[in-house]
Every structure is written in structure tokens, then in C-alpha cells.
Design a protein around this ligand. Structure first.
Ligand code: ASP
Ligand code: MG
Length: 254
């Protein structure tokens, strides 16, 4: 049995039909005998829409209130996904960044994770539940909500995977992994089946469009294997692995 963290980006949970599709995939992973913790982004363009709303009220909104507002996006997707998993007949429990034990510094809008103490997530997993965690958020020492910077849910997922001692962190997106070039622009671009952290960090132009750089750095620091893959297809994606690890030994590759 493997412990798997799956992260679903905004395009994978853009509407309720997509959330139901993701729920099926999560339950399928669980039914294969794995423990599954899921990190979600806000639905589609929700974060941008929230920012637009704030700016239509005040061109320079208070940072604390901005973070309070932006953390709402991920709370919507986490609770809807938990409901969709219930509807599939499995048990799920959602947690905000605070409930999941994400402690950050005080920098609103660009907070850094200081510690992850996911006691409640661990407890849910040990009871046989699927844990759903809101990405992109934590709390500072004052107990106020903070956000990690745009695209921060990838980092949340890796940090959770490290804190749980997961076997792999799967990053689900709308492309089939990392390509040698942007396949929408360069038709001859090829998918990279597996790559090490150093090389993907060097590929800033194509790698970083798919993965947030901080997330790769975090994974590298703790040797957490990543699998970047599409939630819209069953094709294999790109494995980002520490040197010396045989990618074929990693769980849930099909
Ligand atoms: N929803 C946040 C954003 O759009 C975080 C994320 O998607 O990773 O930046
Ligand atoms: Mg987003």
C-alpha cells in the first residue's frame, strides 16, 4: 500500500462536472489499495475573479483582507470535491490550510511555509478517509490566513507529501507532463518520461510553465518524487525523481 498525495490544478476542477471526474480518479486510486491525500486549487479562474472583485472596490486593498479573500477559492473546491467523493461512495474529509497545519511566515500574498504539522490529515487517513486539503494557504503566527503566491498549490502539495512521508506527489494538470518545448507552439515537442530536479529547474521555459519553481526546489530538498500528469487523459506523464531512483519502482504509474 502506498501513500499518495494528488494535487489537482484549477483547470482540473474548473466546474462541477470536472470535480466529479476528479472524484472518480481519487476514489479509483484509493480502491487500488492506496491511502490518498488530495490538494486542490481554486476552480478555474476563481482566484483571478476574486482579485478583480477586490480591485473594483479598492485599487490598493489591505493585504490581510486580500489573503482572507483569496483563501476562499480553495475552500470552495475542497468542500465540493469532498462531497463528490461522498457521492461516489467513499469517505472524504476536507481541511483548510490552517486545519491541515500549514504554518507560514507573515508575508501576505507571498508567504513561505515554515512548518507543516498535518495531524488532522494523518488522523483522517488512519481512519480510512480520503483527506482533501486546500492548497495555496496557511496561517501566520497571528493566526491570520496567508497565501503562498500565485501557483502556490503545487508547493502545498509537495510540502504535505513531505510532512506525511508520502511515496509520491502527483501533480495533475491539463497537459501530459513536461515537454521538450511548448507542444502548443512546437509540434515536434516530445514528452520527457523522467527527469531529475536539477534538469527540470534548468528548463525554466518549459518546465516552469507546468510546475511552480518553488515546488520543484522543495521536492529536491526532500527527495520527494513527483509525477506531473494530465487529469484529462490516462497517459503517463513526467516523473521528476532523485538521482539513483528507478522511476519504474514508483507507485500508481498506470
Ligand atoms: N488558486 C491559486 C492561483 O491561481 C493557487 C494555485 O492555483 O496554485 O494562483
Ligand atoms: Mg489557480
Amino acid at each position: 500500500m502506498a501513500l499518495i498525495v494528488q494535487k489537482y490544478g484549477g483547470s482540473s476542477v474548473a466546474d462541477t462536472e470536472s470535480i466529479k471526474r476528479v472524484a472518480k480518479r481519487v476514489v479509483e486510486t484509493e480502491k487500488k489499495g492506496n491511502k490518498v491525500a488530495v490538494v486542490v486549487s481554486a476552480m478555474g479562474d476563481t482566484t483571478d475573479d476574486l482579485i478583480d472583485q477586490a480591485l473594483s472596490i479598492d485599487s490598493n486593498p489591505p493585504e490581510r483582507e486580500m489573503d482572507m479573500l483569496m483563501t476562499a477559492g480553495e475552500r470552495i473546491s475542497m468542500s465540493l470535491l469532498a462531497m463528490a467523493i461522498h457521492a461516489e461512495g467513499s469517505r472524504a474529509h476536507s481541511f483548510t490550510g490552517q486545519q491541515a497545519g500549514f504554518f507560514t511566515d507573515a508575508r501576505y500574498g507571498a508567504a513561505h511555509i515554515k512548518a507543516v504539522r498535518p495531524d488532522r490529515v494523518k488522523n483522517a487517513l488512519s481512519l480510512g478517509d480520503i483527506a482533501i486539503v486546500a492548497g495555496f494557504q496557511g496561517i501566520n503566527a497571528k493566526g491570520d490566513a496567508t497565501t503562498l503566491g500565485r501557483g502556490g498549490s503545487d508547493t502545498s502539495a509537495v510540502a504535505l507529501a513531505v510532512a506525511l512521508g508520502a511515496d509520491i506527489c502527483e501533480i495533475y494538470t491539463d497537459v501530459d507532463g513536461v515537454f521538450t518545448a511548448d507542444p502548443r507552439i512546437v509540434p515536434s515537442a516530445r514528452r520527457i518520461p523522467s527527469i531529475d530536479y536539477e534538469s527540470i529547474l534548468e528548463m525554466a521555459s518549459c518546465g516552469s510553465k507546468v510546475l511552480a519553481l518553488r515546488c520543484v526546489e522543495y521536492a529536491q530538498r526532500f527527495n520527494m518524487p513527483l509525477h506531473v500528469r494530465s487529469s484529462f487523459s490516462r497517459r503517463p506523464g513526467t516523473l521528476v525523481v532523485p538521482d539513483g531512483i528507478d522511476p519504474r519502482t514508483l507507485p500508481n504509474l498506470d
